[in-house]
Design a protein around this ligand. Structure first.
Ligand SMILES: [Zn+2]
Length: 241
């Protein structure tokens, strides 16, 4: 039904409404960049975002999450992948774990077909509540993470996606909780499980859509570290200012 609707409803840019494209080049230009996100909740884990939460980025994230515009996984994932060389420059732990990331910058492209050897960089999407996953017909950040990993693999950098963080169904909505309450609420209900948990010590980047208080980012990093993984940073599409 949804696919049928997509055919019947004219395609428009999720950021500005321009007809004929799902994401225009002007809106794509607003998702270029990398900014450090400073939050008291996230001490000990670098958190960075492509842009401020507003304008086309905000509209695209909402359209992707809540209006079932699945095709937006592609531009969102590509924008995040494009920020990784800069992330490697700015976060020493990322550069140390995956020096090949800087070759993605285009300064020194790897020869075609020659893959970097070494352990993969793992991308763990931030979790959604199970009800939201059901409503949306899938785990929205996992879709973005798949695009990010694909771009890396095509660039010769080994990368994998591990959607192993989940929120137990009883986690209460965080609306109305203060920062400490949100963190505690999340930490109690976050678990690392499922098939495909990366091996102990594996380098992990957490991917999220929007950072607000930083409680989710901190709780994800904490849960993954408790599971023995090496969380290098959290990268988000956008952060509230
Ligand atoms: Zn646009």
């Amino acid at each position: 039904m949804r696919m049928l609707l997509d055919l019947l409803i004219p395609l428009t840019c999720a950021g500005c409404g321009e007809p004929g494209t799902s994401w225009c080049s002007r809106c794509a230009a607003t998702l270029v960049g990398l900014r450090a996100v400073e939050r008291s909740a996230t001490k000990g884990v670098p958190v960075l975002a492509l842009t401020a939460y507003g304008g086309p980025a905000r509209r695209a994230i909402i359209a992707y999450k809540e209006r079932n515009r699945r095709a937006l996984a592609e531009p969102l994932g590509r924008a995040m992948a494009a920020a990784l060389p800069d992330l490697a420059e700015r976060v020493p732990a990322v550069r140390a774990a995956c020096p090949a990331l800087v070759t993605l910058s285009g300064k020194s492209p790897p020869p075609l077909g020659v893959a970097h050897v070494g352990d993969p960089l793992w991308f763990v999407p931030a979790p959604s509540r199970r009800a939201a996953v059901r409503r949306r017909g899938g785990h929205h950040m996992a879709g973005v993470a798949e695009v990010v990993a694909r771009v890396l693999v095509l660039g010769g950098v080994p990368a994998r996606v591990a959607p192993v963080l989940s929120l137990a169904g009883r986690a209460r909505d965080s609306v109305g909780l203060d920062v400490a309450g949100r963190r505690e609420n999340l930490a109690r209900h976050l678990c690392v499980s499922g098939r495909g948990v990366p091996p102990p010590g594996a380098p992990v980047l957490v991917l999220d859509d929007v950072v607000t208080t930083g409680s989710t980012a901190a709780a994800c990093a904490g849960a993954l570290r408790s599971a023995g993984l090496s969380v290098l940073a959290v990268l988000a599409c956008a952060a509230t200012v």
